[in-house]
Design a protein around this ligand. Sequence first.
Ligand code: IMP
Ligand code: MG
Length: 422
Amino acid sequence: MSNTILVGAQWGDEGKGKIIDYLTEQADIVVRAQGGANAGHTVIVGKTKYILHLIPSGILRNRTTCVIGNGVVIDPAGLVEEIDGLKQNGIDPAGRLLVSDAAHMVFPYHKALDAAREALKGRGKIGTTLRGIGPAYGDKIARSGLRMGSILNAKRFVEQLGQAVRDNNILLRSLGARPLPLKRTMDGVLKAARRLRPYVTNTVQLLHKAVAAEKRILFEGAQGTFLDIDHGTFPYVTSSNTTAGGMCTGSGIPPTMIDRVIGVAKAYTTRVGEGPMPSEDRVVGDLLHGMGREYGATTGRERRCGWFDAVTVRQSARLNGITDLALTNLDGLDTLGSIKVCVGYRLGGKPIDHQPSDLAQLARCRPVYETFPGWQTPTDKIRTWKALPPNARRYAKALAKLTGTRLSHASVGPGRSQTITL
Ligand code: IMP
Ligand code: MG
């Protein structure tokens, strides 16, 4: 197997960064193809905890080339900050990190617009990460955004950026928000842009050359299937295609060159931000928050928690063509005597086996649960499938069966070594 896509099968935060880090051993190139600094991929190596927002998690292995593809939206200042953070930990991305010249940029006014629009929505807010993601993708689709390649022509970029800041200040004022100071805003962006110039290149050509040389590519999906702009719980979604197809358009690598799709799912469900979540349950939230778990890596917000929802993950398996299921956070359920799994919904008394696309209907869906016996044994030190408690194995296998996938990995903690391969 050479080219692998890894996607989140739920609402994000499935533990993709950790699984990517584990799989990177078998990859030459790791590619991010969508999203931006709204992502927060946590990887723990030894005693150091890394939270990566834009740079692929593969950067933590020194043999791996990392690509930020054309489908990503990049905040130049944020990227520089991330590069510097890695350098402080002895990791220099120079020469190993390549940034697409066709990737659109996120500017301070996108963040200001994100905040202004959320404020206007009031109680109907999306609960975004306020990283400017929606407004930046909006500019891309409206064909008015600026791409990374434009920083290579410094003189022209100054003009383009100046015009963009002035135009968007008009927009900000009209939304009742404060305009940005022109000079200070531009200086910040220009300073970061200068630093990023050496990283910018035509990554589509680079990736195709790599494929021809039989290099192995790993696509690091960000967010999760139900945050997909088309297939998620619109409008409570992010502004990119988080599903497998997005990895192709966001990188220039066609579907026929993909050999494997791994879906990552937690052994339960979490979600950050607003929007329906049928299996949400206080019992699970209290348990996990009590253990100090399930706080957002990007925003620090408490994540909403619930039981594993087999309806959504089954749908996710279809949307992404998931071949392998990597189940994470199994250890989060270690203390429970019994564990519920949402195996179907009831809508107005009738059973339903998929997520309705109408949000109002989804909000009225009631979960149908099946109960599984817990294992009440710590699993975080277990390293082989056979050594897992029988009830943990039964639970994990049942989730794969219910979702029509093949269980490929089970993860029992955030560390590199806490990943069991089946
Ligand atoms: P945005 O992507 O910042 O526009 O936020 C839109 C929605 O997606 C909000 O509900 C966010 O909480 C959610 N979201 C965005 N990125 C992530 C992520 O990486 N993990 C989990 N939720 C995310
Ligand atoms: Mg995250």
